[in-house]
Design a protein around this ligand. Sequence first.
Ligand SMILES: Cc1ncc(COP(=O)(O)O)c(C=O)c1O
Length: 427
Amino acid sequence: MDTIESVIRRMTRLAVEHDAVNLSQGFTDEPPLFDLVWAAVVALLGGDDDQMDRLGTSTLRELVPGAEPTALLDRPLKEVLAGLQGRPDRLNQYSFPFGLTELREAIADYTERLYGWRPDPQTEVTVTLGATEALASVLAGVCAAGDRVIVPQPYHEMYPSQAAIFRLEPEYVTLVEQASAGVWELDRDEWAGAAARGARALILNTPHNPTGKVFSADDLAWIADLAARHDLLVITDEIYEHIVFDGHRHESLAALPGMRARTLVVNSISKTGNATGWRVGWVIAPAAHTRSIRAFHDTMVIQAPTPLQRAAVALLRLDPGVYDGLRTAYARKRDTLVPALRRAGFEVSPPEGAYYLFARYRGVPAIGDRSPMAAALHLIEEVGVASVPGDTFYATGTARDQYLRFAFCRSLPTLEEAAHRLATLDP
Ligand SMILES: Cc1ncc(COP(=O)(O)O)c(C=O)c1O
């Protein structure tokens, strides 16, 4: 690592400094689902489960006995809530390091409901500080210094950064854009060659940041076969599992025959719950690996925040219909930004999933002859839109100099403002 500041977080800092619409870092400006917020509020007030249930189902009249209803209207909200604080308290304290029992049960049920297989919450599920700590605990738990790890590029920058921290040797393989077909494909010969040279694990992110590729059932079957032939573990980062478009479906690699024993699922509520700041995620791994993953997790962070874990249960137990709303909203956002970029001269394969546009910028007259960083800086300073230079997502190859990444997870008015500003680039 040649810098201690992540490029993505640097672009966010510059966006703030220049009052640019920030489409760099992948977080939304929309609030979390209210069911999730409410569950956190009652967990923070709640004391224990009984008190949480009471707060969740009672009216104010029932909760503040003896209060004159009209007088209640004039009482400051803070004072009313202070009176509702539960004692004794369980939900704001240290809890079981590997995750609240009720959350691990909810993760197991959720996995079964969505993908048809149920991990054992006792021995296979560990709650973490987001997918970021989930990945760190997995790499620390299952890899040893010097192990090779196959990392498809373009990649999320935390994969090589974490590999460096744990002294692992990343072996980069490629996703190649077939621009005429508007899709990203794996270079299977290259991937097979990397696996044949021997590696401990492959890190697979689907739906994929930054390209928007959703690995197909055929891709996953091929990867499963590759993993079995070369005795590879596969670490699947599935945090965009619900953000898929145009009939694409996120499939669970672990559900394929023989793959549970070699798949380690990394996931979180960050993207599904619009709650990137909560830092609640999880790992699902075979029991033998879970032991070492938990040892690292317990030593480094002890646990994820207890009240937010309790709230995450509410998210995972929501009717799956909620995810349809998520998909529809993101499809509309994607369809706002894609034409704006194309009008300005960017070329972009419409993403099948996740919420990024990985756009080729060399055809945009104002920035086409600049390096990715210089192009991104021009967009921030002169156009007022922040993106991420594409070379952040590559270690090798020439594709690294072709792209800028735009996140379309912001609210629609924010994206419309970005589209309006991008129009100043129109040839
Ligand atoms: C592919 C991918 N994995 C992991 C993360 C981080 O997830 P979390 O907030 O759960 O740590 C991100 C965030 O943008 C991401 O894009």
